[in-house]
Design a protein around this ligand. Structure first.
Ligand SMILES: Cc1ncc(COP(=O)(O)O)c(C=O)c1O
Length: 389
């Protein structure tokens, strides 16, 4: 057999720094490598494998659909996407859903919708500006990079799509200042900035942004690509804030391990997109949609209560742990600020059998929503030891 690491490093574009592990299979929150190593997975492929690896209900849903019809174009009707859209609308109060394949595409659709709505209202492009936040992350296409408020992602990729301004997170005055100084069609934010370092936005701030959007005829777009699908202890994290966004975007964990993005459109913009104005060959793919139905239908109150209980298990385990400065985040999307470098902790934890991620200077935990308590506690003991070293 060829050396996979060598093949990867020779033939795959060098866009990722990879850990020296080759993962081959898993079961729930355990994953195994080619050398027989066993790891407790607290990363879930970056918030994707919502019910862990090889989850039987998900496999059944996906394989049943796979053996009927793996793909059909969006010029025909197909059941899984329709059922999923109904489920998402009923659970959120949104009115329509556009399906795509990734978070970046879900956000592209949100941006297009906000701009088209403004065009239809004002008759021109005068109100095309979108306010996003500093330290945000919205994707890697040229337009979602423009939306992303972090210079480190922009270097050497210009020129960018115009019409984005970045407000200081948590600063309501700054948001008002930007909304007054340009003609805007939307505010777009993550309630917990994931790639930005697990920064939770205040309740007052998010609610003030929502009020401002209503006052100024702007849409509030909440990017739930990472926070969505049960991750924070609510189906979508905006639900912690008692607001009604106009657009909710999601991806990652939605289909439990298959590529799928969704843009949920509320009453102020549900009919902005018309035939031919947007589309995606694979968007709403029946296999991905069948997987997503099996994920969303199991994110019920009991599961969400357990997500919050597991958060407390983690917080309790880390309280006063040597080397831990603080824990941010919500539910099973947590960032641990440590005295040691997050990247060093990630490597050492992997050597000790625990897979974690980083977010800026924090160790990031995104375990499966159903991770068994005993595995979670075992992982926390190892992590504590590594953090304290
Ligand atoms: C909040 C947020 N938005 C958008 C994206 C982009 O998603 P994708 O990589 O699926 O395009 C990410 C990815 O990390 C994200 O965390």
């Amino acid at each position: 057999m060829e050396n996979i690491q060598e093949l990867t490093n020779t033939y795959i574009a060098k866009t990722y720094n990879r850990a020296p592990l080759q993962l081959i299979r898993g079961e729930g929150s355990l994953v195994y490598d080619t050398e027989g190593g066993r790891y407790i997975d607290l990363g879930t492929g970056i918030a994707v494998n919502q019910f862990g690896i090889a989850d039987s209900a998900w496999i059944q849903a996906v394989t049943a659909q796979l053996s009927c019809l793996q793909h059909t174009s969006n010029i025909y009707y197909s059941a899984p996407g329709a059922q999923l859209a109904q489920m998402l609308c009923q659970r959120t109060g949104m009115e329509r859903v556009f399906f795509s394949n990734s978070g970046a595409e879900a956000n592209e659709c949100a941006i297009k919708t906000a701009r088209r709505r403004a065009y239809q209202t004002y008759g021109d492009e005068s109100h095309s500006t979108i306010i996003t936040l500093q330290s945000s992350f919205h994707g890697r296409t040229i337009t979602t990079l423009s939306a992303t408020g972090q210079d480190c992602f922009h270097t050497e990729f210009g020129p960018f799509t115009g019409g984005f301004v970045h407000a200081r997170p948590g600063d309501i005055e700054d948001l008002h200042r930007l909304a007054d100084s340009c003609d805007c069609c939307a505010v777009m934010l993550e309630t917990i900035q994931g790639e930005g370092g697990i920064n939770v936005l205040d309740r007052e701030y998010v609610r003030a942004a929502w009020e401002l959007c209503k006052q100024k005829d702007m849409l509030l777009i909440v990017d739930e690509v990472q926070t969505g699908n049960g991750r924070t202890g609510k189906l979508y994290s905006y639900m912690h804030y008692d607001i009604t966004p106009d657009i909710v975007t999601t991806a990652k964990g939605l289909a439990g391990g298959l590529p799928m993005g969704a843009t949920l459109l509320g009453s102020r913009c549900a009919d902005v997109l018309t035939p031919g104005s947007h589309g995606s060959t694979f968007g709403g793919n029946p296999v991905a949609a069948a997987g997503a139905v099996s994920i969303i239908e199991r994110i019920d109150d009991a599961l969400l209560t357990n997500v919050l209980r597991k958060e407390q298990l983690i917080r309790t385990a880390l309280a006063d742990a040597p080397g831990v400065i603080g824990v941010s985040g919500r539910g099973l999307m947590l960032g641990i600020q440590c005295e040691k470098k997050a990247g060093d902790i990630m490597s050492r934890a992997a050597e000790e059998g625990v897979l974690v991620l980083t977010a800026k200077d924090k160790v990031r935990l995104l375990p499966a929503l159903n991770i068994p308590d005993d595995l979670l506690l075992e992982a926390m003991e190892i992590l504590k030891k590594v953090i304290a070293e």
